[in-house]
Design a binder for this molecule. Structure first.
Ligand SMILES: Cc1cc2nc3c(=O)[nH]c(=O)nc-3n(C[C@H](O)[C@H](O)[C@H](O)COP(=O)(O)OP(=O)(O)OC[C@H]3O[C@@H](n4cnc5c(N)ncnc54)[C@H](O)[C@@H]3O)c2cc1C
Length: 412
């Protein structure tokens, strides 16, 4: 029997962040991880996809580089090396994380665990008594009826990271962040991509003008989209859509969300991260961990959403679902092509849209290089109740994308 102040089941962002904050307070912490520390985010999610996206964006950019004076011959993609790069980024970060946990004195137990009672955890036939138990067991790819993963033809977001060679073509089911990011990666790698989405628009959770812009970008990249459509049936390697069309892709990526993972019994434990079934994002998990371990609350209405790739897509707070919806706000919109920096970077596609009411920002949607960083300026303004007029007093550096925020605000 071992005794600890804090026992945490699950070593993803929710689990490892809370472990670190508790350990920094001098608490004794045991962290159980059945697979690899870092969880989905580091091993199968945020990090590996962004490593691939980096290669995809660079490859695309270089294809048009002759227009800006960079000439070379025989540009080609070595997918094996690209995959090695992705794996090396993941393992470097995982080693760093393992070291940080060790240095902080967190006891990491590399095996699955279950709760025996409010204060007891069992793992590998050993019992641990803990003053407080936290469940941070995360999530896994959701499976839908008729599209069960066989890991060869029908792939999950875990499987796609482990492909040994690129398919000639692929059908992606679902156009949330995971579906859009993979459509961008694979299409830049030269794979013929089709996307099927049940909703009327791509990326249905985003602002309507964001959805429209992504649809336009996909059209330009020759990514075929089927909206208001679902997969009716898979028959061998034939995929029959609800509109009657029959497709024969080399494989299918199912990206229709995630299902929570939880031990059978959770007693009165605190449940954080994806397992809490609130917002399934790594930064939400980290904020929950901060709230729990350090008593620092956060605004659950201003959790930024980001879709990576070129250009980035980000939004926060309220989003408008139609032109009529826009009219409920003071709306200001700036095209990214108005910015000098965007022209220097040869990256002029996108916009900044800010929705305000009574002199305060209520929401923003941005499609631009660096949108992931820009959206944070809006988060700080909303969370701290900073008015549009107060924001106007800031001096924004030139030439930057941040100037776009300033220009958008100046029209409110
Ligand atoms: C392809 C993809 C891309 C993504 N991109 C982003 C992104 O760009 N930005 C973003 O914010 N989010 C992204 N996400 C979501 C993000 O990965 C999750 O929100 C985040 O990992 C949740 O953290 P967590 O700690 O709650 O759970 P997880 O990261 O899922 O970690 C849970 C851990 O618990 C372990 N575990 C489960 N049960 C037990 C048990 N009984 N005993 C011991 N260990 C157990 C699991 O092995 C796992 O390691 C992405 C997800 C995917 C799939």
């Amino acid at each position: 029997m071992e005794n600890f102040d804090i026992g945490i089941i699950g070593g993803g962002p929710a689990g490892f962040t809370s472990a670190m904050y508790y350990a920094k307070q001098g608490k004794t912490v045991v962290l159980f991880e059945g697979a690899e520390v870092g969880g989905t985010c580091l091993n199968r999610g945020c990090i590996p996809t962004k490593a691939f996206l980096h290669i995809a964006d660079l490859y695309s950019e270089l294809q048009g580089a002759d227009k800006i004076g960079i000439n070379f011959e025989n540009l080609s993609l070595d997918f094996e090396k690209a995959k090695e790069y992705k794996t090396s980024v993941v393992s470097k970060l995982r080693k760093g994380l393992e070291l940080s946990l060790k240095n902080l004195g967190v006891n990491v137990v590399n095996s699955y665990a279950e709760m025996l009672s409010e204060n007891k955890i069992k793992s590998n036939d050993t019992e641990y008594t803990c003053g407080k138990i936290i469940i941070a067991t995360g999530s896994k790819p959701r499976e839908i009826k008729g599209l069960e993963y066989d890991h060869k033809f029908i792939l999950s977001s875990d499987d796609i990271l482990e492909l040994d060679k690129l398919p000639k073509d692929i059908l992606i089911v679902g156009s949330g962040a995971i579906g859009i990011e993979w459509a961008r990666i694979l299409s830049s790698f030269g794979v013929e991509v089709s996307v099927v989405e049940l909703a009327e628009n791509l990326c249905p959770l985003a602002d309507w003008e964001v959805s429209k812009r992504i649809e336009r970008q996909f059209k330009m990249k020759k990514i075929k989209t089927y909206l208001s459509t679902s997969v009716e049936k898979v028959d061998g390697k034939k995929v029959i859509l609800s509109n009657g069309e029959e497709l024969n892709p080399e494989c299918v990526l199912v990206a229709v969300g995630r299902g929570i993972v939880k031990p059978e019994k959770t007693y009165n434990a605190d449940i954080i991260g994806d397992a809490s079934a609130e917002i399934m994002l790594a930064h939400y998990a980290v904020s929950q961990a901060k709230e729990l371990a350090l008593d620092i609350p956060f605004n659950k209405k201003t959790v930024p959403s980001v879709i990576y790739g070129n250009p980035e897509i980000a939004w926060i707070g309220e989003v408008s679902k139609s032109k009529e919806d826009d009219e409920k706000y003071d709306k200001s919109m700036l095209l990214i092509s108005a910015l000098g920096k965007a022209h220097c970077d040869n990256s002029t596609d996108g916009f900044i849209k800010i929705l305000a009411k009574d002199g305060k920002i209520k929401g923003a949607s941005i499609i631009s290089k660096e949108a992931s960083a820009l959206i944070q300026q809006i988060a700080i303004a909303i969370d701290n109740n900073i008015s549009v007029n107060e924001l106007k007093k800031s001096c924004f550096a030139h030439p930057t994308y941040s100037e776009g925020i300033m220009e958008t605000i100046m029209s409110l």
